[in-house]
Design a protein around this ligand. Structure first.
Ligand code: SAM
Ligand code: SF4
Length: 314
């Protein structure tokens, strides 16, 4: 379905939990978030119903996110239910990979087609520092488990942080020489935990092109500008919400773990979906699509949403 500006909206990012086993410094407070009662979070049944109604409104791709989607109880069942929805072409997930050693094969069997894995650094010590409690070894084990389970087109997502991982850009880009992965650099967005960080932490994704001038442009994909090293198996993606506003190309809507539809990651407007069924639910989703804002109001003074990233799903 098209929104009022003629953009085709066919991509839903669905958060299945706001909890996480990591505490990335730019995303979550050190002590985590208060655990909401079970009843405050969408049930497996409600998620399946929202997926079904979204597909009826023209959604063709659902990405599960969080928080960390793999800490959500019933995640494999959620994937199984969503992957069977008629009209849906793709079910994918963004994960920190730490639980993939146990879950990669069941997710594949439940119909997940592709995985994006967050990886901000190749240094075990820096990884422990940025995630506050994650282990880089677990992530590499998760990546191997994903490949063994048949997830061949992995995307590795790196949030660019000035003074933290900019010196690692060439090493991260070199991963694509041997692996058929897309390594994607995402500009840090000043929301939630990192809203007040020094300006020097916020780098333009063009820093990747300066660090690796041998990268050659290839066709873009969605909101990502894409590049390849000569002869490389994989590709490099740049996602630049801050420096290159891509709102006119945006095809997404979002649903939060507590069942609110958002037309944009950064907008304060939310449409509650809980308690709605059938035609009523579809009509609320259509309303959300029609009300999708023209552009985000994100700038270095902050985002327009009072929610943190773990609540909305990045
Ligand atoms: N836990 C999963 C993960 O980390 O992949 C999924 C949820 S996480 C919120 C989704 C993505 O949002 C991650 O790649 C994360 O690095 C990114 N993210 C979180 N906070 C961000 C921020 N302030 N700016 C840019 N990206 C952010
Ligand atoms: Fe957890 Fe992902 Fe946020 Fe890191 S970015 S704290 S892994 S939800």
């Amino acid at each position: 379905m098209q929104d009022r500006l003629g953009r085709t909206i066919d991509y839903l990012r669905l958060s299945v939990t706001d909890l996480c086993n990591f505490r990335c410094r730019y995303c979550m407070p050190e002590n985590g978030v208060p655990k909401l009662p079970h009843s405050a979070i969408l049930s497996v049944e409600e998620i399946a119903e929202i997926g079904q109604a979204a597909a009826a409104c023209g959604i063709r791709k659902i990405r599960l996110t969080g928080g960390e989607p793999l800490v959500r109880r019933g995640i494999v069942e959620i994937c199984r239910r969503l992957s069977r929805i008629e009209g849906l072409r793709e079910l994918c997930m963004t994960t920190n990979a730490s639980l993939l050693p146990e879950l990669a094969a069941p997710l594949r069997e439940a119909g997940v087609g592709r995985l994006n894995i967050s990886l901000d650094t190749l240094s075990p010590e820096k990884f422990a520092r940025i995630t506050r409690r994650g282990s880089l070894d677990d992530v590499w084990r998760g990546i191997r488990a994903a490949e063994d389970a048949g997830f061949s087109e992995l995307k590795l997502d790196t949030v660019l942080i000035g003074g933290f991982n900019d010196a690692e850009i060439p090493a991260l880009v070199r991963l694509t020489q041997e692996h058929p992965w897309e390594v994607r650099f995402i500009e840090l967005m000043p929301m939630g935990e990192c809203a007040g960080w020094e300006k020097s932490c916020f780098l333009s994704a063009d820093a990747v092109l300066r660090a690796c001038p041998e990268l050659r442009p290839i066709a873009p994909s969605g909101v990502a500008r894409r590049f390849r090293l000569p002869g490389a198996s994989g590709t490099v993606g740049l996602i630049s919400p801050m420096s290159h506003n891509f709102c006119s190309e945006c095809r997404r809507i979002r649903v939060t773990a507590d069942g609110k539809l958002k037309g944009c990651l950064h907008s304060p407007e939310e449409i509650p979906l809980r308690g709605l069924h059938g035609a009523e639910l579809e009509s609320a989703i259509r309303r959300g699509i029609l009300q999708k804002p023209e552009s985000h109001r994100l700038n270095f003074c902050g985002s327009g949403t009072p929610r943190d990233m773990n609540e909305i799903g990045g």
